[in-house]
Ligand binder design. Sequence first.
Ligand code: NDP
Length: 352
Amino acid sequence: MAPQGSRAELEFGGPLGAAALLLLLPATMFHLLLVARSGPARLLGPPPYLPELEELWSPWALLLCLTWLGLQAALYLLPARKVAEGQELKDKSRLSYPINGNPIYDFFLGRELNPRICSFDFKYFCELRPGLIGWVLINLALLMQEAELRGSPSLAMWLVNGFQLLYVGDALWHEEAVLTTMDIIHDGFGFMLAFGDLAWVPFTYSLQAQFLLYHPEPLGLPLASVICLINAVGYYIFRGANSQKNAFRKNPSDPRVADLETISTATGRRLLVSGWWGMVRHPNYLGDLIMALAWSLPCGVSHLLPYFYLLYFTALLVHREARDEQQCLRKYGLAWHAYCRRVPYRIVPYIY
Ligand code: NDP
């Protein structure tokens, strides 16, 4: 079969991988939520019990979800806003005749890059608003439930809530930066992003707070201070790297980045080879992973479950880094090879 543009190289294991992920992601999410509530909280092994069908369905829960989405959509449409321009699309138009030989793959990854009705951009809306803010709300609800149950929230619960609130607040504060992420530029709006943004993020990213509600963890001030320090280091690297690249991409003569060393590419865009992006090829992932560790540590080391996010996120970022590498190689060719020689490590200096 002739290659079909960017669809020629299939990602995520092609249709088979996409079909497996379609089943695996929701099943994993339910498994994690059931396990977090059970006494032994065993990450590996069968779920502690299987809920009855009636337990999974409630018209009130559906109404609540729809109200939450409706509220977020109304806020998204508020006229008081700044309008930012996205990245240029490569539209060398030709008439095309869709051949739906890969419906599962397309359903998973999304055929449409930027589905919109008028100015309502579905992917952009889902990326930051209902799921990310929903994650913070679920955390807060768990904190309040712990206060009801035990008189006051535990220090561990405060830390998990504080760290994750900082992360979400940061994403909303730097909202415009989402326009240069792979999700917006490269990935279609299919099951992966819709399920990921609306279900996976709020329900599995709040797993540490869920775990703490059912498995209280005493935490002393000295250890709490060390964990705060780890989160601060992670945030410093994450924010420093992302801000440096965003400032450079917006305006390479910005005084904050003008002194950094760069290499030219055939596209006219330059690549940073000093500063954060001279340390490893994805310093922002490194910072993100250090923060992920700090979110798990308040839950102690007796269970693997609170470390699920760290494990899953490591796999996600290693895979994402490899995908980004392929795209950069396609975009920048020889210049990318030169960058890789100059900055040999991908995420962790001297290790990976
Ligand atoms: P990145 O912000 O890492 O962007 C990658 C792009 O940056 C490349 O495609 C290239 O694009 C540009 N780039 C790469 N190297 C250089 C360089 N040396 N100099 C200048 N530009 C360079 O993309 P992501 O979307 O993967 O990540 C964004 C953030 O979101 C990260 O902090 C990540 O950790 C976080 N994230 C969090 C997730 C979560 O679930 N919590 C999930 C996924 C990501 P170009 O040259 O075209 O500009």
